[in-house]
Design a protein around this ligand. Sequence first.
Ligand code: DC
Length: 203
Amino acid sequence: MIITIDGPAGAGKSTVGRELSRRLGFRFFESGSVYRALAFAVREKKIDPDDRAEICGLIPGLDLFHPRPEFYLPEIGDLASLLSALPEVRRDLLACQRKIAEDGNLVAEGRDMGSVVFPGAEHKFFLDASLSTRTRRRQEELAGKGESLKTEEVEAEISARDARDRTRKASPLIVPEGAVVIDTTGLGIAEVVETMLRQIGKS
Ligand code: DC
């Protein structure tokens, strides 16, 4: 069974997805890490972010499924968002991402899991929350990784990323067809997970 969780940055996809996968005994796939791994390599190798052929050429040699703490630096998230708007990059990463579902039960979170990567998923969710809630969560997440940033900085980064992710031509962030929308503003992790389990019929 595949369960997808789509939504914007800071909506709670990773936290909720990880807990949901734990409760169900499913594997968990955090798809942003794939784009972040690529962005990290692009920066490390000083590749021009406009050189699409060179960027795509990196993909076969990357370890896409073992995220490192450095991938979560704001500038890597920003570059990941930029690269993720390139249709060639999305095309080449699509097959890699689908491969991970070949091993069975999976909870997959990201911005196009239910809309593009796994459109046939048995259960689809779309998580959202207010900008201030998403900013606070991102700030806490970064603090947990040893990164202390000002609220205004994080909010500006999230807003810019939202705008880019929602307006890009290649797989923009949308509510996938058939997805259950959950506004997580004011809700705790457990409440969201319970809502999902009820929906799936496993609570
Ligand atoms: O979820 P995240 O912040 O780790 O994702 C980083 C960037 O990767 C995000 O701004 C857009 C891109 N991304 C994407 O385009 N599609 C996904 N399924 C996951 C992430």
